[in-house]
Design a protein around this ligand. Structure first.
Ligand code: DAH
Length: 347
């Protein structure tokens, strides 16, 4: 009887110690610590359960019941305390994080397309409307495609027109223009007629300045077929210029020279800054050069897999950066690639 008495007293003691401790708990962290100490695996109540085996057989049911009651009482007290503390915590957080629902919202800054992307898309759209496809071509090229197949054999002085980034791999370079794509599309399509543009990044080993960058975007135009004429080239490019610069844009073709076209020309558009009167943008000429063009050289057609006695073609190449500069009167080409959002936000 005494042993039963002491065991029951012990349990009552465990309960009152735990409840005492609970009254001192003031936050949820402390509550969790309390739970571990008084209800956890190595708590006093749990110890009573695990020592059941050593208790007299007749006493066991009684002790088990009593221990269970203590545990339930502690669990109930824990739950009650938790609710109280959670309510307090919520109230505190509401006081700290006061929300003024009458404040205006913070403006969401929206991303926008880079000016070069906008102009490139516009150019692509115009040629698309005129029945051209977009043909992708590689930015890392071989010397053959960038020069030789464009009628500039090794050591040809015309190669000096393009300051070139060579890679450490022999004969591999960063393309200096989109023209090598002409050979690639011809080889893929011959002898079918071709009507494509080849847009993309080009790289030149240049001194950085307000007017020149080492990386820029070009759009190459290529038409190959059985009856392609210089007149068709002129008509197509004039039409393109008017779709890009406006119905009454004036154009002129000037004789020029490129190794891969014969004859070659450059297309100027009347300066839209001064309307042809002469200003610093057009260097007082009244004209802005927008692209190089010409009839595809017979040798280039041959390198592309077309018989120049049957087929002819015209090609053109334009710099997107330059025309975007002029279009938006941007004073420094380096703005395009230094990712300053204050610049980019303006477009
Ligand atoms: N590839 C030339 C350049 O980067 C531009 C060019 C001129 C392309 C005449 C052409 C062309 O297709 O016919 O300077």
């Amino acid at each position: 009887m005494t042993s039963k008495q002491t065991e029951l007293e012990k349990l009552a003691q465990i309960q009152s110690v735990a409840l005492d401790a609970l009254s001192g708990v003031v936050d949820l962290d402390a509550l969790e610590a309390w739970r571990v100490t008084h209800l956890g695996r190595s708590s006093a109540v749990m110890a009573v359960f695990s020592s059941m085996g050593s208790i007299d057989k007749e006493l066991r049911p009684l002790m088990g019941k009593a221990a269970n009651e203590v545990r339930q009482a502690l669990e109930a007290a824990l739950e009650e305390k938790r609710q109280t503390l959670e309510a307090v915590a919520l109230k505190q957080s509401l006081e700290v994080e006061k929300l003024d629902i009458t404040l205006p919202g913070r403006p969401v800054t929206r991303g926008r397309l880079h000016p070069l992307t906008q102009v490139l898309r516009q150019i692509t759209q115009i040629f698309g409307d005129m029945g051209f496809q977009v043909y992708p071509s590689p930015e890392v090229e071989t010397d053959d495609f960038n020069f030789t197949y464009l009628n500039m054999p090794p050591y040809h002085p015309a190669r000096d027109m393009w300051d070139t980034f060579y890679t450490t791999k022999d004969g591999v370079l960063l393309r200096t223009h989109t023209s090598p794509g002409q050979i690639r599309v011809m080889r893929a399509r011959a002898p079918e007629p071709i009507r494509v543009i080849l847009p993309g990044a080009t790289m030149r080993y240049e001194q950085l300045s307000a007017r020149s960058e080492i990386e820029f975007v070009q759009v190459e135009v290529l038409v190959v077929g059985k009856q392609v004429s210089f007149a068709e080239m002129k008509g197509t490019l004039d039409d393109f210029a008017r779709r890009l610069f406006g119905e009454d844009a004036r154009t002129r073709l000037r004789p020029s020279h490129f190794p891969f076209t014969e004859p070659s020309a450059e297309l100027d558009v009347g300066c839209f800054v001064c309307n042809g009167e002469g200003c610093p943008v057009c260097k007082e000429t009244g004209w802005l050069e927008i692209l190089g063009c010409g009839m595809v050289h017979p040798l280039v057609l041959e390198y592309g897999g077309y018989d120049p006695t049957i087929y002819s073609g015209f090609a053109a190449g334009m710099g997107v950066d330059r025309s975007t500069l002029m279009r938006y009167r941007i004073d420094d080409i380096r703005h395009f690639r230094n990712n300053d959002v204050r610049f980019l936000k303006q477009f």
